[in-house]
Design a protein around this ligand. Sequence first.
Ligand code: SF4
Length: 352
Amino acid sequence: MNTAPQQNVFGLTATAFATAAAGLPGGRERALWVYREAWRGLRLPAELPTLWRTVFDDAVPEPLRQVEETTAAGTTVKCSVRLSDGLEIEMVRIPMRSGPEGAETCTLCLSSQVGCRLGCAFCETGRQGLVRQLTTAEIVGQVVAARRLGWQPRNLVFMGMGEPLDNADALIAALHVLTDTRGLDLARERLTVCTAGHAAGIARLAALGWRRLNLAVSLNATDDATRSRLMPINRRTPLAELQAALVAYPKRRNFALGVHWCLLPGINDSRADAARLAAFCAPLGRVMVNLIPYNPGSQPLTRAPEPAEIERFVAWLQEEKLPVRCRTPRGRSIMAACGQLGRPTESTASLP
Ligand code: SF4
């Protein structure tokens, strides 16, 4: 009798699945068919014999509650999901108008940890501390859960709860699963890893040599004193070290490093901040600055910027010749905006 714990099909590449299935009837060919069917139907095939089910399961995080916010940009949905041990994480569906004739598609923002140990001052998740790492199956399982809800994400961003590169083993394994041509087969350029500045993790991603994988860094300050105050990881990895890791990251011809800048009035919104940001980015090749107006959370650092302050900072970045996109603070009212996951929602709708 098999007493080994079941392995989750969605935590494995096709090759790993076939290896784990060695000894089951049908051999490697049957295993690869089962794997393909599991991805096609988002479940292990119904007709799969019990013997296989003693080895594999297809459980994914269970959607519990959804909160929606509809604006001109589309409908943002924050979904709380329950892990097998009862802990909850959140994933967010962010609307995009990029389909044919402006049809709405979406980006799925995924969590990589329960809580986070990095303790960024503007972040609700950071206040929880690290509760535990997500497994590869739990990271990938969010995508499966989203698709079972009928969401069809075009892009995935690792920007939900947790620092993905603080869970690099599981994250990198998840990247392999998500892009496996015999499974979900996502193109690498549809994936973006967003880091708070984990230089060792960036080096590990660089070592993959995946030029099409997108990378974004949450920067928020360009002097070490301010950044260390906002993002304690900077005490371990100061700006010069982070910059060197970003310079070394392999870049395809049309690669643009995402540089996220949460605009905090009175903290990082001066003319000098804009000039220093340009100087920091100069050796990095193409960048795209994503300006994110600060959303005051439960313990505000400062107030939200006024529209005129946002426009002024955008103009300064443009004077510095930095491409900039100002992200609409989608999901602000449902606490799904940047840095606001990981706290109870004000109003929730339970799923049936
Ligand atoms: S912003 Fe990201 S890295 Fe920083 S505490 Fe929050 S989840 Fe962690």
